[in-house]
Design a protein around this ligand. Structure first.
Ligand SMILES: Nc1ncnc2c1ncn2[C@@H]1O[C@H](COP(=O)(O)OP(=O)(O)OP(=O)(O)O)[C@@H](O)[C@H]1O
Ligand SMILES: [Mg+2]
Length: 297
């Protein structure tokens, strides 16, 4: 589906070139001229997770300041913003990765629905939380084990011992991650033998095997070629029917192509949140407009 909304912005200024340039360069296509932005999703989608007046401190360094942001069910939310604005920090709060370092501090709440669980509350067990919320990192990080054992890892943690059940679930996870066809004859081979794109799909399969409710993706395609990127984008769009997805990306086309909602962050704050089509075509804030049109960041 494409949107027919007319862009209201002119193309961003082209950086002044050397004086000797005489021919007028062709206009740079911008996202605001693009027809790839998805239409607004129904606003009625239930909220799966709600970040509420949330701040985070790396000891004395404040990385997030009073962020409030919903993540809707069966939708993809893109987190965008310049380097260092706190995107990874926020994702890592969701599965309590920061607990490993004493001195780190969560302030405010991140509520996981339907049970209204405050996932940053001290009494919530991070291990059981990670069964519900899985994360895939920017750099593929398979374990130094076989392809089979990588996907089996979470299943074994959950107490699944039956060989036939493990095999069945591993096949489903690898099929879901669009990797099964490429690895079904070498499941016992080391995961490190796979290409980067395959390793990233393996990490997605490992995350999916746990049947998470929320999938966090931190720049999952930044190290991949266009073909692998496109496969993973297709996969993410398919997955949203059954898992709530948050994706961090620096690729504005990617955010526009696959996400339903977009949150723009800057200097640890949430600047703007809305349906992706709105944020890209009619941003409310000047900073958002500058960022999505490539004027800064
Ligand atoms: N372990 C840490 N200790 C102290 N400060 C940190 C730590 N990790 C990150 N920061 C700081 O927190 C801020 C947010 O970092 P974060 O990695 O979340 O940014 P980001 O938006 O993911 O950036 P990028 O797009 O470059 O990945 C930055 O100022 C960063 O320097
Ligand atoms: Mg990051």
């Amino acid at each position: 589906m494409v949107t027919s909304a007319a862009p209201r912005h002119a193309a961003p200024p082209v950086h002044a070139g050397p004086a000797r340039m005489t021919a007028t360069p062709p206009p740079i296509p911008t996202l605001l001229d693009s027809d790839v932005v998805r239409p607004a999703p129904p606003a009625s989608r239930a909220i799966k997770a709600q970040v509420e007046n949330f701040s985070f401190f790396y000891s004395t360094v404040q990385a997030l300041a009073d962020v409030s942001l919903p993540f809707r069910e069966r939708a993809i939310t893109a987190l965008i913003g310049p380097s260092g604005c706190g995107k990874t920090t926020l994702l890592r709060c969701f599965n309590r990765m920061h607990d490993l370092y004493p001195g780190n501090r969560y302030v405010g709440r991140i509520l996981l629905h339907p049970d209204n669980l405050n996932i940053v509350a001290r009494e919530v067990d991070p291990i059981s939380l990670r069964m519900r919320i899985s994360m895939v990192f920017q750099k593929p990080n398979p374990f130094p084990k076989s392809i089979f054992e990588n996907v089996a890892y979470g299943l074994r943690l959950r107490g699944i011992r039956s060989r036939s059940e493990l095999e069945g679930r591993i096949q489903v996870a690898l099929e879901d991650a669009a990797l099964w066809g490429e690895v079904k004859d070498r499941l016992r081979k080391p995961a490190y033998d796979l290409s980067g794109g395959q390793q990233q799909r393996l990490c997605i399969a490992r995350a999916l095997a746990n049947e998470p409710e929320v999938l966090l993706l931190d720049e999952p395609t930044s190290a991949l070629d266009p073909i692998a990127t496109s496969r993973i984008e297709d996969l993410i769009v398919e997955l949203k029917e059954r898992v709530t997805i948050a994706i961090v990306t620096h690729n504005m086309q990617q955010a526009a192509r696959i996400s339903d909602y977009t949150a723009f962050m800057y200097l640890g704050k949430l600047i703007e949140y809305g349906a992706t089509a709105e944020v890209f075509q009619n941003p409310k804030c000047k900073e958002t407009e500058d960022y999505v049109t490539g004027r800064f960041g």
